[in-house]
Design a protein. Sequence first.
Length: 478
Amino acid sequence: MNDAPAQRAPKRRRRPPPIRRHAGRSTPFTVRQRGVALLMVLAAVSLLYVLAEQSRSEVEVYSLSAFAARDQLIAEYQAKSAVNLSRVVLHAEPTIRRAIAPILTPLMALMGRGLSAPPQIPIWEQADLIIGPFRGAEGGSSLGQLANVNFDEAKNLGGLTGLDSVRIIDEDSKINVNTLVRSSVAAIFTARQFQGLVANPELNPFFTERDSDGQFTDRPVLFGAIVDYIDWDDSAFDVNLLNTNAAQTGSTGAEDGFFYNSLRPSYRRRNAPLDSVEELRLIRGLADDDLWSRIIDPDPGNPTRRTVTVWGQGGVNVNTANAQTLLALICAFAVQAPQCNDATQASQFITSITMVQALTLSMGIPLFNSPQGFVATLQGRPPLGPMLQQLGLQPFTIPDSGALERNIAVESKVFSVYAEATVGTAHTRVHAVIDMRAQPALPSTFLRASGATLAPTGTGSLGVVAAGGGTIIHWRED
């Protein structure tokens, strides 16, 4: 018998019970769960990126809008500043005239004008040059060389860096259609000027064929349509008065409303002064673009060539009117003038007058001191009549010279100022019409409330505000 203790068998470790897996449930911390977390992180990052990009875009849009608004405001006020500087230039014309009178008087004496003081000088033709120092160093240098003035040490200049151009247009050098509302006699005179404007035989096709409105509008119908559209009454204008004594008045009955009622859309006559030249297109016969460019506005980009206006003091300034306007004015009162009935003669007149004006107006020398001097020149009388005959211009026969003189002026008082400014991407264009005449100071208006200095007046008068920088009678901003 063995006394040694019996050896125990080694204990076997019990295996853990198997983990029961339920269908559709994954084990924790598996690879699949780590992928879902990554997708959530990427989605969150993408969303944050979209939000950040949207915020950045909004900030950029708001910044660009703020910059555009800033540039637009600067451009607007630079154009307005140019208008005010133009008013200063116009107001300074008498002072400039007195300063250069010793230079102009001998030149005018050589032309046979004597030693009389020069009339109004068209300094507005050089407005862009005069305002140059306010635009920058280059503009100041150009004016400084001309006037022998050094602008290098001048202060507060050169601020209008975005100013493109400034043009001052003499509205009194054009035919003013609004004068026909003054009286029946004024209507006849205005219609006569339109008669001279379309007297060229080359315009016959426009009055013998259908116009853009589908109507036949000959010259007499056009004259009557213009007067009837603007005058106050409802009586048709008698075009026969254009060939008779202007002191007579007459009518052919009530105005015909069929034409304007037949248009689509239809409209009524204005029967009041026009506010803009473009309103003339509403008148029967003037809607044709080709006729419009021949007799009203040959070059829309150059207002100097426009022959008609709705602003002005009444008479045409013969010192500054272009050759076409002068021919229209003369033909309204001349009798059997070849320049009015022959296209070749008309072209020669326009060419010769344009050449003379290029030599005189460029030097600031007006040709006429009075309406009587202009009429005397047309009739071939000295001092300027013989000079025009040497250029091949035949004298005109004017039976009623007094009527022509009443429609003539030698000084201008109403001007259009066109100012354009560009700053960045912003562009502003301002058209202002300035009346340099003294204005009546009506009670309870801003004229009296502003404390403007009134000229001495007699008993019963309203008083007059000094002209100063003129009165703005029209304003358009684009």
